[in-house]
Design a binder for this molecule. Structure first.
Ligand code: GUN
Length: 291
């Protein structure tokens, strides 16, 4: 078994970006600028946004964190997005999800200028991704593709099973893995809460992407020997022995599944850091194509 070390792979990507940004600065060119909007005070969202802002600082990007009250109206959020759309200094706009229930997230995503849609959630970005055209790819599936590329994991002709069909991870993951590219060229099965015979399907998989958000869902008896395991889960579970009062658990029963796998991502330190590296690459490209 080998570890798909997301921390290492993400650092390698950020190191390259840091050099590229320094070179832009030397040439008097614009520095990439990410604007992140955080509505409310969801603990997990706070952590993710803080990690994104920190990565920007470490890499030499500019970043702006815009905090909005939990009772912010949809109208005010849309106004803020319009302001950022119109600001030529802002290259990438990210609205951290989930949003409060009173706000229609589809409306919000639609309001982002597609040329600044570094999360790749706008229908324009999604359409281009489906067609295989250059665009911003959603950060988590893009980060997973970058990780497979970094570790030279063979994907061509493999059967990939994606568990979860969210717009953020599962569905775009299935599109990228099946694309006529390297990595890619997988035969993909996408599974969800209504899938019959999930265990039998997983047992046929060469690659499993677990993105359903149920801690330790994927057990060793659902995995064939030598499979590649990508764990997207990051559920907070209570742990009174920790200062924070919780620890992170993936969707994979790690120890038992690791023993059967050829490659596996740890949680934390697997997909999470790759998501951030992918967002940084999108933000760099958003800046580079315009400036
Ligand atoms: N919430 C969970 N994942 C993501 C992500 O990739 N981007 C944003 N904006 N919110 C998220």
């Amino acid at each position: 078994m080998q570890i798909l070390d997301g921390k290492k792979a993400a650092q390698a990507i950020k190191d390259v970006l840091q050099i590229d940004v320094a070179q832009r600065a030397n040439e008097g060119k614009k520095i990439p600028h990410l604007a992140a909007i955080l509505v409310g005070n969801n603990g997990a969202s706070e952590t993710y946004v803080a990690a994104k802002v920190k990565a920007c600082e470490e890499t030499g990007f500019k970043s702006t964190l815009i905090r909005m009250d939990p009772d912010t109206t949809e109208f005010r959020l849309l106004e803020k997005i319009e302001e950022l759309n119109a600001d030529p200094d802002v290259d990438g706009i990210l609205v951290q999800l989930p949003l409060p229930k009173s706000i229609d997230d589809k409306k919000v995503i639609n309001a982002i200028d597609p040329s600044k849609d570094v999360d790749g959630f706008h229908p324009m970005s999604v359409g281009k991704m489906v067609e295989g055209l250059p665009t911003f790819l959603p950060a988590t599936p893009y980060g997973i593709m970058l990780m497979l590329e970094h570790y030279k994991v063979e994907t061509k002709g493999k059967h990939a099973v994606v568990i979860g069909r969210s717009n953020i991870v599962g569905r775009p993951m299935s599109i990228l893995l099946s694309a006529n590219k390297n990595p890619g060229n997988c035969t993909v099965t996408i599974c969800h809460s209504h899938t019959a015979n999930l265990k039998e399907i997983c047992l046929q998989a060469d690659i499993i992407v677990a993105a359903l958000g149920i801690p330790e869902f994927l057990k060793a008896d659902m995995v064939k020997d030598g499979a590649v395991i990508i764990d997207v889960g990051i559920t907070r579970v209570e742990d009174s022995s920790r200062k924070s009062g919780f620890r992170l658990k993936g969707d994979v029963d790690y120890d038992a599944v690791a023993a059967k796998s050829s490659w596996i991502t740890p949680v934390p330190g697997g997909v999470g850091p790759m998501t951030i590296a992918a967002l940084m690459k999108n933000t760099y490209n958003a800046c580079d194509t315009k400036n």
